[in-house]
Ligand binder design. Structure first.
Ligand SMILES: *Cc1c(COP(=O)(O)O)cnc(C)c1O
Length: 430
C-alpha cells in the first residue's frame, strides 16, 4: 500500500515511512492511495476484535515488515473488552459501544497500543531509535505513555502544561517506566504544542533524535480505530439485517474518520453522525458547507475542545456526503443528558459520551426507528468524576485498571516553554 499526502506535493511513501514520518514533508496528512473492498462475508471467520483487525488492516500494511507481524500486534494491542451495551428495552433503543475498557480508560488506548507495537515491529531504523514526541492536554499522553512502556527501539517524550491538567491526568502521564519520559512545561497547552512544532521544524534536532509523532494524524492511530466500528457494525447488522448508524463524539475527527474509512472499505455502516461539544467548527461547516478553523473554547467534554480538527483535511479528500449530520451540544445540555440518562436508564456517561447520547435524542423519530444506532462511549465516567458525580448525586468509583495507575510512583522533569530546554531534555535521559 502506498500513502499520499493530502496536500499533494510530497512523494508517495510506503506504510513504514508514513508511520515513521507522522506528518508528510509538505505538511499534509498521509492517506492510503487505494482502499480494499471488503464485504461482511470476509469476516465470518474472524471472531472478536483482534482477528478482525488483522484481516481488515492487512491490505494497509501489505509489503511492509508490519504485515506479517499484524496478527501478533493486534492480539497484543486489542486484549481488552469492547462491549456493546443495549440502552433499554424499546425497539428503537440505541447501543452504546464502550471504548473505554483499555488500561487508561479512554478509546485512545486502541490507537496508541497499536502504534507502539507497530513501531516495535518496524525495528530501529539505521538512524537509531525513533523518539515519539507528543504534547498533550490529558488523555492522549496517558494512553501513549501506557502503550509505550516497555517497548524497545523507541523513546516516548510527553510534554504537558504545568497546572493545567487534573491531578489524576498528571499522575497518568508521569507513572510509566522506560522508554517513557514525562516533561512538565511551564506554559499552557498551546505553548507545549508550539514547542513540539518548533522541534519538528528544526531539522538538526529532528534528525538527531528521529523525531516522530503519535497524535491522531498518524496512520498508526486512525487505521486501528476502524476495527471496533467494523466489529460493532458487523454484529449489529447480523442481528438486525440493516447497516447500523453510528454516532461519534468527536473533536479532531480521528475516531470519526476511522468509521468513515471502514464504511468506504465495504463494512456495513449506515449514516455517521458527529456529536461535538460547544466548539462550532464542524456544525458550522455542516450547515454552511464552508470550513473555517478557529481557536478552541473550553468545555466539560475537554478531550473534544478542538477548534481546527486536524483530520478535516482527510475527510475533505473523500467524496462529499460522508457525514449525515453534526450535532453540537453545549455544557448545559451535556449536564442535562448525563442526569437524564442516569435517571431514565441508570447508565452513567462521561461528558463526551453524553454528547453522543444527546445527539441520538435529537434524531427525528423516523431516523431512530429505521435502524439500530450505535453511540461511541469514549471515556470511563470515573475519569470525569468532578463533572459527573455532582450531576447524578452518586459517586463513580475508579475501575481497577485506573486505580492501579494511582498506586504507581511518578517522575517527570520540568522545563520552560523554550526550545533550548527541550533540546537539553532530548539530549539527556529522564
Ligand atoms: C480524544 C477524545 C475524543 C475525541 O476524539 P477525536 O478522535 O479527536 O475526535 C473524544 N472523547 C475522548 C474521551 C477522547 O479522549
Amino acid at each position: 500500500m502506498r500513502y499520499a499526502s493530502t496536500r499533494g506535493s510530497a512523494p508517495d511513501v510506503d506504510a513504514a515511512s508514513a508511520l515513521r514520518a507522522g506528518v508528510a514533508p509538505d505538511g499534509g496528512l498521509y492517506m492510503p492511495q487505494t482502499l480494499p473492498a471488503f464485504s461482511a462475508a470476509d469476516f465470518t471467520d474472524t471472531p472478536g476484535l483482534a482477528p478482525l483487525a488483522a484481516r481488515l488492516l492487512a491490505p494497509f500494511f501489505a509489503d511492509s515488515v508490519i504485515g506479517p507481524a499484524l496478527p501478533g500486534i493486534c492480539a497484543d494491542a486489542f486484549d481488552f473488552a469492547c462491549p456493546r451495551v443495549r440502552l433499554g428495552e424499546a425497539d428503537d433503543a440505541p447501543d452504546i459501544l464502550e471504548l473505554f475498557h483499555g488500561p487508561t480508560g479512554a478509546f485512545k488506548d486502541f490507537g496508541a497500543r497499536f502504534l507502539f507495537r507497530a513501531f516495535a515491529a518496524l525495528g530501529q531504523s539505521t538512524d537509531g531509535p525513533a523518539t515519539v514526541l507528543v504534547a498533550t492536554s490529558g488523555d492522549t499522553g496517558g494512553a501513549v505513555g501506557c502503550a509505550a512502556e516497555g517497548v524497545t527501539g523507541t523513546r516516548a517524550v510527553i510534554l504537558f502544561p504545568a497546572g493545567r491538567i487534573s491531578a489524576f491526568q498528571e499522575h497518568q502521564l508521569c507513572c510509566w517506566d522506560a522508554p517513557v519520559e514525562a516533561v512538565r512545561v511551564s506554559g499552557d497547552f498551546d505553548a507545549c504544542q508550539s514547542l513540539v512544532k518548533s522541534a519538528f521544524a528544526n531539522e538538526a534536532l529532528s534528525r538527531a533524535h528521529n523525531l516522530t509523532s503519535a497524535n491522531s494524524i498518524s496512520i498508526g492511530r486512525f487505521l486501528p480505530q476502524m476495527t471496533y466500528w467494523a466489529r460493532a457494525a458487523l454484529d449489529a447488522c447480523a442481528e438486525t439485517g440493516i447497516a447500523p448508524g453510528l454516532i461519534i463524539p468527536t473533536g479532531n475527527l480521528g475516531n470519526a474518520f476511522a468509521a468513515v474509512l471502514a464504511r468506504a472499505c465495504g463494512l456495513p455502516i449506515g449514516p455517521v453522525v458527529l456529536a461535538t461539544n460547544a466548539n462550532a467548527t464542524l456544525s458550522d461547516w455542516f450547515a454552511s458547507g464552508q470550513y473555517s478553523g478557529r481557536a478552541s473554547i473550553a468545555t466539560l467534554a475537554n478531550a473534544m475542545d478542538v477548534g481546527a480538527p486536524s483530520n478535516f483535511e482527510r475527510l475533505a479528500g473523500l467524496p462529499d456526503g460522508q457525514i449525515a449530520g453534526v450535532v453540537r451540544v453545549d455544557d448545559a445540555a451535556i449536564r442535562n443528558r448525563i442526569r437524564a440518562s442516569f435517571d431514565e436508564t441508570g447508565y452513567i456517561a462521561c461528558p463526551h459520551t453524553a454528547t453522543g447520547l444527546e445527539a441520538w435524542h435529537r434524531l427525528d423519530n423516523d431516523a431512530r426507528a429505521e435502524r439500530r444506532w450505535i453511540i461511541g462511549a469514549t471515556a470511563h465516567p470515573a475519569k470525569f468524576a468532578d463533572t459527573v458525580e455532582p450531576v447524578i448525586g452518586k459517586s463513580v468509583p475508579l475501575p481497577p485498571a485506573l486505580q492501579a495507575v494511582l498506586e504507581r510512583p511518578v517522575r517527570c522533569r520540568d522545563i520552560e516553554a523554550d526550545l533550548a530546554d527541550l533540546s537539553h531534555i532530548l539530549a539527556t535521559r529522564g
